[in-house]
Design a protein around this ligand. Structure first.
Ligand code: NAD
Length: 464
């Protein structure tokens, strides 16, 4: 039977051509030289500088992000990563010599950092620039070709990334792919050499399952509930300032935000007026009119959060306005462990306080749950902070502050257990996107010396 060829414009697979182009570029060796990598990183920096205002506007449209928060948590973080990578690229790329055994004394033994090849980066919507560009810096610095899949939910930022960013990077080895769950699912059917995913644990499992079909290694940067223990021995106003700042930053839509507070009923009574005081100072008497408070990303998340306001009892805030997806900075008290607000990641400007009878019970509550991405402990006593650190596990930890640990590119950023696997930032990004190739170079000659390895074995062979 005669089979018709499909019409030229009919594409069975929308990604095939793009992925082939990138694979060919990688095979040609184009991305390997340090000069090429540095040029891409500089171009990425130019993109940020040339379109600073456009990016700020896009972030404001998506999340009502203030210019200050856009600068602090998106643009300057990405720029800092670019600058750090440019400054250190050559030393990161250098072969690392390693120690040798008696049998390999005449050889040269070293680790070579080589790019994986074709890398897929999938990003979420809450820091839509930071969480696409910071992994991209690591992938480019390590010499990979990259497919970037921004979140379809932060539409304005997605548009800038899709329409403007590719003009700055070498098109033969970089592409932006658009789409939601369905398109990303189809994209994941393809073989990549590395997948870097940031998002929810639910989708993380989908990504890991798809990756396992090709034995593709993954980094999963996931979320969860980050506990915040507040000791009786503390200055309530200092704690309230810091907890409120980091909880309500980006309207609480931060993977490392303090998700819930554990403290005694007495400390709760001292914290509540201090939290009210901090919220009023930060956002005014009517937080809705504050230019510094973000909005909930979409209707679905707004309704989910409004549902959570019914847990426990509202002690501060609790107002909402659907027309602008506004939720007031809120504190809930009298919450129970089994309530949804204590079971699911909140990801919004709601802070539940759960009462515990001291440090041991707090540590029990924390350890009964999945390992969090971040964990916070506040106390005037350094032994208390040290005990929380020693008796729990989490991706990162910060004593007496919020998520400042993620701003240091000298620290690895990543989860553990259900909050993720792998890490990045600074050199950790370069290492994540590089294969550490074990290399041993043996002289072609000197066979007389090397021949002592061969049978027939003698007692001397055992000393090798
Ligand atoms: P998400 O998991 O819904 O989506 C993340 C990405 O996956 C998006 O690009 C989306 O298009 C894609 N996706 C969604 N459903 C998919 C599917 N079925 N198949 C394939 N791809 C799919 O996450 P989100 O709502 O964008 O972000 C919020 C979550 O991300 C929270 O859990 C938060 O804690 C987490 N997060 C983690 C970090 C971190 O660094 N660890 C940072 C930010 C956000």
């Amino acid at each position: 039977m005669h089979q018709c060829a499909p019409p030229v414009s009919f594409k069975m697979d929308p990604f095939e051509d793009t992925l082939r182009r990138l694979r060919e570029a990688f095979s040609s060796g184009l991305t390997r030289p340090a000069e090429f990598r540095a040029a891409q990183l500089k171009a990425l920096g130019c993109f940020l500088q040339d379109h600073r205002e456009l990016l700020q506007q896009a972030l404001a449209q998506d999340l009502h992000k203030s210019v200050a928060e856009s600068e602090m948590s998106e643009i300057s973080i990405a720029q800092g990563e670019i600058d750090w990578a440019l400054r250190n690229l050559h030393s990161w790329m250098e072969d690392e010599n390693v120690s040798k055994s008696l049998a390999t004394q005449l050889d040269s033994a070293f680790i070579r950092k080589e790019p994986f090849g074709l890398v897929l980066i999938i990003a979420p919507w809450n820091y839509p620039l930071n969480l696409t560009l910071v992994p991209l810096v690591g992938a480019l610095a390590a010499g990979n070709c990259v497919v970037l899949k921004p979140s379809e939910i932060s539409q304005s930022t997605e548009k800038v990334l899709a329409e403007v960013l590719p003009r700055y990077l070498d098109q033969s080895c970089f592409a932006v792919v658009l789409g939601g769950p369905e398109e990303t699912g189809r994209l994941l059917e393809h073989k990549f050499d590395y997948i870097f995913f940031t998002g929810s644990p639910r989708v993380g499992k989908i990504v890991m399952t798809a990756a396992s079909k090709h034995l593709t290694p993954v980094t999963l940067e996931l979320g969860g509930k980050n506990p915040c223990y507040v000791d009786d021995d503390c200055d309530p106003q200092t704690v309230a300032n810091r907890v409120a700042f980091f909880r309500y930053f980006n309207a609480g839509q931060t993977c490392v935000a303090p998700d819930y507070v554990l403290c005694s009923p007495e400390t709760q009574e001292r914290l509540l007026p201090a939290l009210q005081n901090a919220i009023t100072r930060f956002y005014g008497e009517d937080p809705r009119s504050s230019p510094d408070l973000g909005r909930i990303i979409n209707e679905k998340h707004f309704q989910r959060l409004r549902g959570l306001l019914g847990c426990g009892r509202v002690a501060i805030g609790g107002q909402s306005d659907e027309s602008e997806r506004y939720i007031a900075p809120t504190v809930l008290v009298d919450v129970q462990d089994a309530e949804p607000v204590m079971q699911e990641e909140i990801f919004g400007p709601i802070l539940p306080i759960m009462n515990v009878r001291g440090l041991d019970e707090a540590i029990d509550v924390i350890n009964r749950r999945e390992k969090p991405l971040a964990l916070y402990a506040f106390s005037n006593r350094s032994q208390v902070v040290e005990q929380v650190l020693a008796r729990t596990s989490s991706g990162g930890f910060c004593g007496n502050d919020g998520f400042m640990h993620v701003t240091l590119n000298s620290l690895p950023f990543g989860g553990v257990g259900a909050s993720g696997m792998g890490s990045y930032h600074g050199k950790f990004s370069f290492d994540t996107f590089s294969h550490r190739r074990a290399c041993l170079l043996c002289p072609a000659g000197m066979e007389k010396i090397y021949s002592i390895r061969y049978p027939p074995y003698t007692p001397r062979s055992l000393r090798m």
